[in-house]
Design a protein around this ligand. Structure first.
Ligand SMILES: Nc1ncnc2c1ncn2[C@@H]1O[C@H](COP(=O)(O)OP(=O)(O)OP(=O)(O)O)[C@@H](O)[C@H]1O
Length: 368
């Protein structure tokens, strides 16, 4: 166990009824003071993990440790954890001050101390002066901050956030992303954030856990996961990707369709079937003669920073391209890419095997 470990899941499984396992043998260790994100499609078990950490329910099997101590049977109110819910769960009949003070009043803390703590928490979320406002008079973003103030006023070690930004419009949402991240850094607390929005996860997290149907597909820094997805599911879920089937011909050689390309991967079985991902921004538009691949432009959209082209090769594979260069719909163009831009994904590789394989390549392989 790490000295800095705050939460550890050991083979944690959870079933709500006899037939279905919602979580299947989850193992992870979270470090104190970091921003973690649980990312995955609806129903993959993100909220269930939060509920287990909060103590709203117990695992069906396995163990949960907090600061090294087993907490399976510790009730929610005795855990150093507070939750910010998706709908904020604020009390509409209480003003801002009383919403934030609520938990402290239950704990029977003295009046003076409550006032000091509430004002401090509101200052932290930039809501000083709003104490007497009714919740109905607060905007979506302000309600969000009241909910956060209510969570931090108890000085918990961990703050759980269950899709807290999903009710906000796009602009406010990205403002709140910055705010939340900045707040987490100022507080220095462990945040565990749930979302199904990959951009949000990439922008905010120290570490992301990508979940699928009750298990962890991959964990790592946003860059690790974006640059080196372990499999099709992760590659597809995190960002737009070109994912195709291919063959590992030999070390540093892959075959896609009938063509061979240089790559940086090695140590696989010759002729092993693999999946390959190339990110759209790693494909460069060039002339047909200079390209490694010849494709026909099917559609082109201007996306502000870049053009998004949908193109097809002779085999019928679609290649999405993000480029500041423009092409013409219907024309043949060449696509160029570096060997490092080809990411080889073995079928059914475990995360441990995958990490070992990448480590064996050394730093230089991905120094682009
Ligand atoms: N109290 C419950 N009783 C029975 N099944 C439940 C209960 N809560 C959740 N489930 C089921 O467990 C699975 C995981 O649910 P969970 O809420 O953890 O997923 P999620 O990833 O948070 O989804 P979402 O993004 O939609 O909130 C789902 O199939 C859900 O229907």
């Amino acid at each position: 166990m790490l000295d800095t470990s705050i939460i550890r899941f050991e083979n944690v499984s959870k079933s709500y009824d006899a037939d279905t396992k919602v979580l299947e043998s989850i193992n992870f260790e979270l470090e104190r003071g970091k921003f973690y994100t649980l990312l995955g499609p609806s129903g993959c078990g993100k909220t269930t993990i939060l509920r287990l950490i909060a103590g709203f329910m117990q695992p069906s099997s396995g163990n949960i440790y907090f600061n090294g101590k087993l907490i399976n049977n510790v009730p929610a109110n005795e855990r150093q954890v507070n939750t910010v819910f998706q709908d904020y769960a604020l009390f509409p009949h209480l003003n801002v001050f009383e919403n934030v003070a609520f938990g402290l009043r239950i704990k029977k803390i003295g009046k003076k101390e409550i006032e000091q703590k509430v004002l401090e928490a509101l200052k932290f979320v930039n809501l000083s002066g709003y104490e007497n406002r009714e919740i109905a008079e607060m905007s979506g973003g302000q309600r969000q901050r009241v909910a956060i103030a209510r969570a931090i006023v108890n000085d918990p070690e961990i703050i759980l956030l269950d899709e807290p930004l999903s009710a906000l419009d796009l602009k406010l949402r990205s403002e709140m992303q910055y705010e939340l991240r900045e707040l987490q850094q100022r507080l220095g607390k462990t945040f565990i954030f749930v979302t199904h929005d990959q951009e949000e996860a990439l922008a905010m997290s120290d570490e992301i856990f990508v979940l699928n149907a009750g298990h962890i597909e991959q964990s790592g820094t946003p860059m690790d996961i974006y640059d080196e997805p372990i499999n099709r599911f992760v590659a597809d879920f995190i960002g737009e990707s070109n994912i195709v089937s291919g063959t590992m011909v030999a070390d540093f050689r892959v075959q896609i369709g009938g063509k061979e390309f240089e790559c940086v991967d090695k140590g696989l079985t010759p002729n092993e079937h693999i999946d390959i991902v190339i990110r759209p921004e790693d494909l460069e538009i060039t002339s047909v003669e200079n390209g490694k691949m010849k494709v026909k432009v099917d559609t082109q959209l201007f996306r502000g920073v870049h053009y998004e082209l949908s193109t097809y090769d002779d085999e019928g594979n679609e290649w999405l391209v993000h480029s500041t260069k423009k092409a013409n719909v219907g024309e043949f163009i060449g696509l160029d890419f570096d060997p490092e831009s080809i990411h080889v994904m073995r079928l059914n590789e475990t995360e441990e095997e995958f990490d070992k394989r990448l480590e064996s390549y050394g730093e230089d392989a991905y120094a682009n």
